[in-house]
Design a protein around this ligand. Structure first.
Ligand code: UT7
Length: 321
């Protein structure tokens, strides 16, 4: 028994923030942002929108693509770093919207790797026979965690959501997943506060993402390169077998480095970072849905998904659509 993706969906909030808009906020410029990151614009949630709103749109589109009704879903796993509230988790809030009660609703937080983690867990539920129709989501309002006066982070992130429906299959859909984390890097990329931490007035910047960008960059390229090798070796595959790379969309230069390692031309890589920035947990399912809906990714394609994020966490999934 395997699991297989039978429908994808995604959603981006309406409001667009261009590099030119950011030039008015901080000491930056379009040329720097494009050449260092590949980003040209990003979508930003409206004041009254939340992660659950974005997740709901993406979930409904994935269910429609899969041709299923909400009451068929018997497992919800949502990856997010930006839940609407501490509890109930976003999966429970989403159940209310979708009018389904009863199935487990799980929220995973592994920063930008959250969707790959969620997909890996949902795959195991299905292969063990514990679920027959899983709704797996990556949804994020990361712009809510930004200090809009910090040019080193505010130009990078965007908001959005992506979702897939997983069902049992006799043929491998999710072929293998590979998850890692190493907490020794926790001071390179983090959000400083949480509910169990007492507010400390002597610490500056407690309410915005903190990142040592160039150090994160180096570890990301190394770990993602390693997980590509690990995924190919686990499946006894040569890199030439991969049809499509659907990478985490943090930085065009990281994406190009992994494509080069796989000897894949950029025409075989789904790139959305220029339009969306880094949408964290949403970036991989958003890119997957983009490639599926515009017809580039065809049924039967062998696809490598990968992500890297705060923690550090990183992971991959080898899938056949
Ligand atoms: O998704 C989770 C994982 N996250 C990532 O993978 C992000 C990984 N890191 C990166 O993508 C890149 O490191 C960044 C895009 C964040 C930064 O690019 P970089 O080439 O590593 O630049 P840098 O941090 O080394 O900064 C170079 C210069 C600095 O100025 P000085 O010290 O050389 O004078 C920065 O102050 O660029 C300056 N700088 C900016 N200049 C204009 C930093 N941010 C900006 C900005 N506009 N927005």
């Amino acid at each position: 028994m395997y699991s297989k993706i039978v429908g994808t969906g995604s959603y981006l909030p309406e409001k667009i923030l261009t590099n030119a808009d950011l030039e008015k906020l901080v000491d930056t410029n379009d040329e720097w942002i494009r050449s260092r990151t590949g980003i040209e614009r990003r979508h930003v949630v409206a004041d009254n929108e939340t992660t659950c709103d974005l997740a709901e749109h993406a979930a409904r589109r994935a269910m429609s693509a899969a041709g299923i009704n909400a009451d068929e879903v018997d497992l919800i796993i949502i990856g997010t770093t930006t839940p609407d509230q501490l509890f109930p988790n976003v999966g429970c809030l989403l159940q209310q919207r979708l009018g389904i009660g009863g199935p487990p609703a799980i929220q995973i937080e592994a920063a930008c790797s959250s969707f790959i983690y969620a997909l890996s867990i949902a795959d195991k539920f299905i292969r063990l026979g514990d679920a027959k129709c899983a709704l797996v989501i990556g949804a994020e309002c990361l712009t809510r965690l930004i200090d809009w006066s910090d040019r080193s982070t505010c130009v990078l992130f965007g908001d959005g959501a992506g979702a897939v429906i997983l069902k049992p299959s006799a043929q491998p859909g999710i072929i293998s997943t590979h998850l890692h984390a190493d907490g020794k890097y926790s001071d390179l990329l983090y959000y400083p506060t949480g509910p169990s931490k007492k507010f400390n007035p002597t610490v500056a910047c407690q309410t915005a993402i903190q990142m040592k960008g160039s150090e994160v960059f180096k570890v990301a390229v190394t770990k993602l390169g390693g997980i590509v090798d690990e995924t190919l070796a686990a499946n006894n595959l040569d890199k030439s077998a991969i049809d499509w790379l659907v990478p985490h969309q943090a930085n065009m230069r990281i994406i190009q480095a992994i494509a080069k390692k796989l000897e894949l031309p950029m025409e075989r890589v789904i790139v959305t970072v220029h339009n969306q920035g880094n949408t964290s947990a949403a970036s991989v399912p958003l890119a997957l849905d983009t490639g599926v809906r515009d017809g580039r990714i065809k049924p039967g394609s062998l696809i490598l998904l990968e992500a890297f994020g705060g923690g550090f966490t990183w992971g991959s999934a080898l899938i056949r659509l």
